[in-house]
Ligand binder design. Structure first.
Ligand SMILES: O=c1ccn([C@@H]2O[C@H](COP(=O)(O)OP(=O)(O)O[C@H]3O[C@H](CO)[C@@H](O)[C@H](O)[C@H]3O)[C@@H](O)[C@H]2O)c(=O)[nH]1
Length: 455
């Protein structure tokens, strides 16, 4: 009998391609063949740092590409434009791919942010599932949109009617309406497009036979109790460690010296600073962070992506900064973050609280300093600081600036806090147990694979 074959579609952003690749490896371990869809644009980027260019079949994954409909020079961080283009251009390519007689796909697994594609797969006769690559609590918030509109909490564009604290379900973390994930897109035009896109995807998700998410039972217990149909299978990167070349999913080439540099440092001595793949800084804030890292006087590893600033505002280091910190600071364009967070030299993580960074930090027992940028990151910050209590928030001053002194004092406070460290270790243990054979995520993944392999 031929092995089951899953077709996998992530939203074309770094924080989505990584977890869906991790899921692919979990399924390969369970006997699946995988065809993974990247946009042509992202495939090009990944190819630069990997061996993807020469062969499109690597490590048991077959890579296929579909255009995203934008011109090569267009900004993929313009999510309104990207999303509109995806839904216009991609469906016909997907239909063609699914109906291709040469490959017999068994199932289609879509990122919930691409759930519109589930109907196409259903029409092609495939089994279907949806994966949520962020906190289950955020998914529940999205699924509650119709009720929030009906109750007058938000208007038809997702804008809160007033600032208030709401609790969606008993036991769930209360949320400030000003922190709702779609409300934090930083501009009204994008919010409107993305809000409507989320509503459409929510509807399409209801056609999926199963919904899984990159979380684990103990992490968001009240959510899974209320919503037992959302199956936690995370942290997915347990299997990811078996990827021979993680650059198969990196949009930037990793700095190859990070780990050897960390090897030279004692345990719990290095501050890791990284803000995911989207966060943008203005020059003043960038300089203040640099000065804060200098003030701390400890070793640090800081990821400054080449596109960390937008084209119109370039960021520069404070005068003489690079020379002054040369003996203890390493600044890189992209790190192998999962390996970095696992390294014993790491003492804490200054993070934007994207979900992947959050769960990677949790899994390695690393305490957080939270510096959220947008969308779900404020929600994740509440989990870290108020629910799990494994980190502290960096608080902006009256001008919205996180000062160098705030960076210095919070790092010192965090590193002294034995309770936070103990809770971080406890959460790490729960995470490990959940993915071990017999653990809740392990069992859920098996259950998921069993359903998806049925014809
Ligand atoms: O130098 C780096 C920096 C990041 N990463 C990896 O890149 C991913 C980044 O993902 P995440 O931390 O979730 O941040 P974003 O890239 O900002 O992710 C987007 O997607 C996430 C999942 O939906 C959301 O939670 C975020 O808010 C959203 O911005 C993680 O796996 C990191 O390990 C690296 O490998 N090296």
């Amino acid at each position: 009998m031929s092995s089951p074959h899953a077709l996998i579609l992530p939203y074309p952003a770094q924080g989505h391609v990584i977890p869906l690749m991790e899921l692919s490896y979990c399924l390969i371990e369970r006997g699946f063949q995988i065809t993974f869809i990247n946009t042509e644009f992202n495939h090009e980027r990944i190819s630069v740092g990997s061996i993807l260019d020469e062969a499109k079949f690597i490590d048991g994954i077959h890579f296929v590409t579909i255009p995203d409909g934008l011109e090569p020079e267009e900004d993929r961080h313009n999510f309104g434009r990207l999303t509109t283009s995806l839904t216009t251009v991609m469906p016909s390519f997907l239909e063609e791919l699914m109906r291709n007689k040469a490959v017999k796909f068994t199932c289609f697994i879509a990122d919930i942010n691409m759930a519109w594609a589930i109907t196409i797969a259903k029409n092609a006769g495939l089994r279907t599932a949806a994966i949520w690559p962020a906190a289950a609590g955020v998914l529940v918030t999205l699924l509650s949109i119709p009720k929030l509109i009906q109750d007058g909490v938000i208007d038809e564009n997702g804008t809160p009617m007033k600032k208030e604290v709401i609790q969606l379900n008993p036991g769930m973390t209360p949320t400030d309406t000003s922190n709702l994930p779609w409300y934090f897109l930083h501009d009204e035009y994008t919010q409107k497009i993305m809000f409507n896109y989320m509503i459409a995807n929510n509807q399409a998700t209801s056609y999926a036979e199963m919904i899984i998410c990159n979380s684990f039972e103990m992490l968001e217990k009240p959510v899974f109790k209320e919503m037992p149909y959302i199956l936690p299978v995370g942290p997915l990167h347990n299997s990811f460690e078996s990827i021979r070349d993680p650059n198969l999913c990196y949009f930037w080439s990793e700095d190859k010296q990070c780990i050897s540099w960390l090897n030279k440092h004692p345990a719990n001595s290095v501050i890791y600073v990284a803000f995911g793949s989207i966060t943008i800084f203005n020059n003043k804030q960038f300089q203040e962070l640099a000065l804060g890292l200098e003030l701390i006087g400890r070793p640090f590893l800081w990821v400054v992506r080449p596109d960390m600033t937008n084209k119109s505002i370039s960021c520069t280091y404070p005068s003489g900064f690079e020379e002054r910190v040369a003996d203890r600071g390493r600044i890189v364009g992209w790190s192998p973050q999962q390996k970095v967070l696992k390294h014993p030299a790491i003492a804490c993580f200054i993070s934007h609280c994207g979900w992947n960074s959050t769960i990677e930090g949790v899994r390695n027992g690393v305490p957080f300093l939270c510096w959220p940028y947008f969308v779900d990151q404020l929600f994740n910050q509440s989990y870290i600081t108020k629910v799990w209590k494994v980190g502290l928030s960096l608080v902006p001053d009256e001008n919205g600036l996180i000062s160098k002194e705030e960076v210095r004092s919070k790092v010192e406070e965090l590193l002294k806090d034995r309770d936070i460290l103990a809770r971080s270790q406890a959460l790490k243990n729960f995470s490990n147990i959940s993915v071990m054979e017999g653990g809740s995520s392990f069992k859920n993944l098996n259950k998921f694979a069993d359903v998806m392999r049925e014809i």
